[in-house]
Design a protein around this ligand. Sequence first.
Ligand SMILES: NC(=O)c1ccc[n+]([C@@H]2O[C@H](COP(=O)([O-])OP(=O)(O)OC[C@H]3O[C@@H](n4cnc5c(N)ncnc54)[C@H](OP(=O)(O)O)[C@@H]3O)[C@@H](O)[C@H]2O)c1
Length: 282
Amino acid sequence: MLGQDLLACVRREGVAVTGLARRDLDVTVAAAVRHAFQLARPDVVVNCAAWTAVDDAEAHEAEAWAVNGRGPANIAAACAADGARLVQISTDYVFDGTALRPYAEDAGPAPRTAYGRTKLAGEQAVLGELGDACYVVRTAWLYGAHGPNFVRTMIRLERQRPAVDVVDDQHGQPTWTVDVARQIIALIQSGAAPGIYHATSSGQTTWCGLAREVFRLVGADPARVRAIASSALDRPARRPANSVLGHDRWALAGIAPIGGWQVALRAALPRLVAAETGGSPG
Ligand SMILES: NC(=O)c1ccc[n+]([C@@H]2O[C@H](COP(=O)([O-])OP(=O)(O)OC[C@H]3O[C@@H](n4cnc5c(N)ncnc54)[C@H](OP(=O)(O)O)[C@@H]3O)[C@@H](O)[C@H]2O)c1
């Protein structure tokens, strides 16, 4: 989902770029990563590949770790050998989700899920290998045209059901993949200080608040979205109550953070509706 929007945004910049799907490169295989580097000879690598099935990771942590921990380690080693810079994409799940304020970039990670542990392993691998030659870009609550996601699900359910129940006790920043792509490009082009950056929209809401905004934007009654508690859903992986990330490091880099989540959602919606319904974004 993020990788495809990033590719499109980089192409619009007129920069030569190679996009590799899993069928082109399995990041868990070090020799395959080295071979891909020999072919592409990259100056910069952005690793969007991940095991993103949060619930499945609980029962398959070793497999998730291979993709989210060993994969970035393989890519970082190849970057170190070839002098390439790396952008590793990470997640709010590295935090425990219990804080009462936004998580700063240097807040202590304490993942509570298998997915979070494996993603933290990926962060540590790239920072350990590359230090000054890498960025870790954490994002959260992503939606985009190229993949299943919560916003697309709400667009579909609004058409199918009279009412939907959505949790109202998890807080986060709904974030458009195109905004993250633009943020990654700005980071690479700026030569900003290496380290951790948080690429999420500004403001915050709950999943219920997001669903109601989707309904409102498509002209439906937001009251058709009913608030429920997370405890009503029995899911293998515990969801963070607070996924809100702080954005202070962007100012130090001289880059504006992503704007408010409602503005982004309004801009993205025609593409998401088109992706969901097979129509044209107009
Ligand atoms: N989605 C979110 O809300 C969210 C939130 C926070 C952070 N993130 C992070 O953002 C990044 C992008 O997420 P996304 O939502 O765009 O994920 P996505 O749509 O699930 O894309 C992940 C991609 O990685 C590929 N992949 C899986 N295993 C691989 C392997 N061994 N080798 C090469 N490629 C492999 C997948 O291929 P297949 O499709 O063939 O499996 C898929 O194309 C990830 O680092 C994720 O952890 C996402």
